[in-house]
Write a protein that binds this ligand. Structure first.
Ligand SMILES: Cc1cc2nc3c(=O)[nH]c(=O)nc-3n(C[C@H](O)[C@H](O)[C@H](O)COP(=O)(O)O)c2cc1C
Ligand SMILES: CCCCCCC(=O)C(=O)O
Length: 398
């Protein structure tokens, strides 16, 4: 790779647009409907101001934190993102290796274009890895997938709860987006298989649903051959269980011993429900502005969720993280760590594993410098008083 030059993560999107096919760039970059939540995820960070402390010894700055008992080099995880081989032939393998090299976790999407075991193996040197779970109507398949992830060495599950259907992504509709020929949703290959034998031992398993997804060939064709609108959207609604409720957590607990995080929480009420249902972690997220348009920016939703959780379980957050100061604001407002989405895909498209590493390194260096300028030699020094919220800050009234 020739040296990939950029100064900050905001510069990456236009660079990636030059190298990616229009359909792929549109799928990666876009949000739903008016994209107002997508924009607000980013804009919100300039509404919050940082208040530094002076005369603190910051000659050494420690960016480490712990999650699930493991040390992370800095409080960032790579967000689950589908279909990474569209960005680069090494896809999820390159991202997994980059995360491990940087000492941070990757969250592997159910909708990966490389099988989950290979992705776990590629990241073997890293601190830990999550498997992001989409819950299919076919519960026997879900059970098999989860147990495959557990056996493959994943350390936790992240169940996405904000996508009973995919949001209305108009770029994908315009571009007739579909999975390019030659790529596959590698984890879904048994989805159409007859796994219905589990019906008797699993009261929540619905054999009607299982039958409705029989015929993997038909379903895979749906991902590749978009008719009207987006093929992935149709594939998703054919297979994902839109009837999911909090009762699912108990069912999942019965089939795995992995910690269970839920991703896509925006309200204090849902955070309470999640903790009551026994989850091991909450991810404040609006799915990068790709699901419900006009949902609140993740950073705006974070303080109330963190207050409701009250440190009973870790709170993670994603949406619009692009700068070291963004991480500081999220942590000061109650997050234990953040997830980074699209810039990872841009780094991947521009330079494979090295490109992703450069993205992560840029963010890590910004975080370290900003911690020093904040008077915070460690993340434990960050606190709520270091962030001026909009209603305390005069410019918010402009
Ligand atoms: C191209 C793309 C694919 C995504 N795929 C998934 C997915 O498979 N599962 C999931 O839970 N979230 C998915 N997300 C949402 C991300 O995990 C994350 O919430 C979001 O991208 C964070 O916002 P950011 O991109 O502004 O950092 C996806 C996001 C993008 C951009
Ligand atoms: C049939 C593949 C659908 C992938 C959806 C992944 C996702 O969550 C996204 O936001 O896009």
């Amino acid at each position: 790779m020739s040296e990939l030059f950029f100064q900050n993560l905001d510069e990456l999107e236009p660079l990636a647009e030059q190298v990616l096919p229009k359909t792929v760039f549109g799928y990666y970059a876009s949000g739903s409907e008016t994209e107002s939540t997508l924009r607000d995820n980013r804009a919100v960070f300039s509404r919050y101001r940082l208040m530094p402390r002076m005369m603190v010894d910051v000659s050494n700055v420690d960016t480490t934190c712990t999650l699930l008992g493991r040390e992370l080099a800095y409080p960032v995880l790579i967000a689950p993102m589908a279909m990474q081989c569209m960005a680069h032939p090494d896809g999820e393998l390159a991202v997994s290796r980059a995360a491990a090299a940087e000492g941070i976790p990757m969250v592997q999407s159910t909708m990966g274009t490389v099988g989950l075991a290979d992705v776990r193996q590629a990241g073997a040197g890293g601190p830990l890895m999550f498997f992001q779970l989409y819950v299919f109507k076919n519960r026997a398949f879900v059970r098999q997938l989860v147990q495959h992830a557990e056996r493959s060495g994943y350390n936790g599950l992240m169940v996405t709860v904000d996508a009973p259907f995919l949001g209305k992504r108009e770029a994908d509709e315009r571009n007739n987006f579909k999975l390019p020929d030659g790529l596959r949703l590698a984890n879904l290959e048994g989805l159409g298989a007859n796994l219905g034998k589990e019906t008797a031992s699993n009261p929540s398993f619905n054999p009607v649903d299982a039958n409705s997804v029989a015929g993997a060939a038909t379903r895979d064709a749906a991902v590749h051959d978009a008719g009207e609108g987006s093929g992935v959207s149709k594939h998703f609604s054919d297979n994902i269980d839109a009837s999911l409720t909090w009762a699912f957590v108990a069912w999942l607990r019965s089939v795995t011993s992995l910690p269970i995080f839920v991703k896509g929480i925006l309200s204090a009420a849902d955070a309470e429900r999640g903790v009551d249902a026994g989850v091991d972690g909450i991810v404040v997220s609006n799915h990068g502005g790709r699901q419900l348009d006009t949902a609140p920016a993740s950073l705006d939703a974070l303080p109330a969720v963190a207050a409701a959780v009250g440190k009973r379980v870790p709170v993670l957050m994603d949406g619009g993280i692009r700068r070291g100061t963004d991480i500081i604001k999220a942590l000061a407002l109650g997050a234990d760590a953040v997830l980074l989405g699209r810039p990872v895909l841009w780094g991947l498209a521009l330079g494979g594993q090295q490109g992703v590493q450069k993205v992560l390194e840029t963010l890590r260096k910004e975080l370290r410098l900003s911690m020093a300028l904040m008077g915070c030699p460690s993340l434990a020094h960050l606190n709520r008083r270091m962030v001026l919220v909009p209603w305390e800050h005069p410019s918010a009234r402009l």
